[in-house]
Design a protein around this ligand. Sequence first.
Ligand SMILES: C[S@@+](CC[C@H](N)C(=O)[O-])C[C@H]1O[C@@H](n2cnc3c(N)ncnc32)[C@H](O)[C@@H]1O
Length: 424
Amino acid sequence: MTTSHYDWILGRTPPKLLRHSAVKHALLRDYLVDYFLTLVSTPHQDRVQLTVVDGFCGGGRYIDEAGDEVPGSPVVILEAVQEAQARLLHEQQRRKPIEFDIELICIDDSSSAIEYLRYVLEDQGYRDKLRSGSVQTLIGDFVYLADKVIAEAGRRSPRAGRAIFVLDQYGYDKVPLSTLHQIFSKLKRAEVILTFNVDSLLNFLCEKNLLDFERKTGIMGTATAADLDKEARSPYWRLNVQANLYQSITSGSGASYFTPFFVRPERGHGDFWLLHLSQHWKARDVMTGAHWQHHNHFIHYGAAGFDMLSTGYAARIDNEARPQAAFEFDDIASAASQNDMLTQIPQALGQHPGGICFEHFFLARINTTPATKEMVESTILQLVRENEIEIVGADGGVRNVRAALKPDHVLRLPMQRSFFFPSR
Ligand SMILES: C[S@@+](CC[C@H](N)C(=O)[O-])C[C@H]1O[C@@H](n2cnc3c(N)ncnc32)[C@H](O)[C@@H]1O
């Protein structure tokens, strides 16, 4: 059902890069560069320390459609580190270089893939990193090695608990909920980028497969008996099952912040989920920004604005049970988000007659929106310009904020309007 198409054998041509993998690599590269730039926000900082675990690393090289060699995820990660270092030096006009103390641990259960990867890493100029141990390779099942690598990440970053896990499983059942929970309970600032082939699971969904999936992953409550019955299932069953899955994975993982977007299928469904789970809102915001940067390749089957899943998964369906106008992270999606938020923000503030600070307002909604913080902030500022809401400073005085909101700025409906339902 989910047999691997990825064979790396020394001396042979590497596997072909599939489109969804190219999209994942582009997102991973940009996300990591932006993440490092965010981590090092001032030129005074001179060191970054973290562990990156590539849990399903493959052989590190592919052939693309033009027949050219292209990097696999371990090389993408190493190149992103170099790019971020170079950009920091240039953009912050640094006098002293920044030290990136990054350990990359690559795991694959295929000894042949690891052998190929070590050859590629030497060939690409990373021999010193292999020798020094700053790049390590391990052969084995990710789940069995998880304890060891979580402990290593914790040893290297005992206070901050910073680590990124890239879990590009082929299929949907190789990363149990208990392992995700372990990562987030042991590492305070962990992040997971998890691939999940939803379509593969849904296409073969039957009682036996569901039981196997639940036993292997601990992800329960995905489908009802009616969803399994081909005759009786509702036209919305796929979207309902996706929503249940998302709910179970996010609530069971122990992470605080999530993005649930899909690599855009070429035709029909073909949904490939790229879930990002993290413990810090900033990481979630950087990942959401990366989806907007790659708007041609990502899709969200849900609503714009806030409340993206509860109404979204089932709301936009035509007679063939397909989403009508999916959200594609483009200009149309951006305008739709802003439009929805222009109505939703004053309505939400109606629940807080005394006002609520921007930080709390945003963090309470971050998991419910495909918008970035910058988009939410710019919508709030538009509402301020239109006198729909007002900003109050720490001293209780109304502020004339035009450009940037501070976390402690209090948002509220104007006093004379707060007794009425917002007019939009
Ligand atoms: C989709 S490929 C990975 C590609 C790689 N992340 C990249 O983007 O270049 C999946 C890899 O996971 C490996 N694999 C499959 N099951 C595994 C498991 N349980 N633990 C570790 N590796 C596994 C396969 O051998 C294969 O090399």
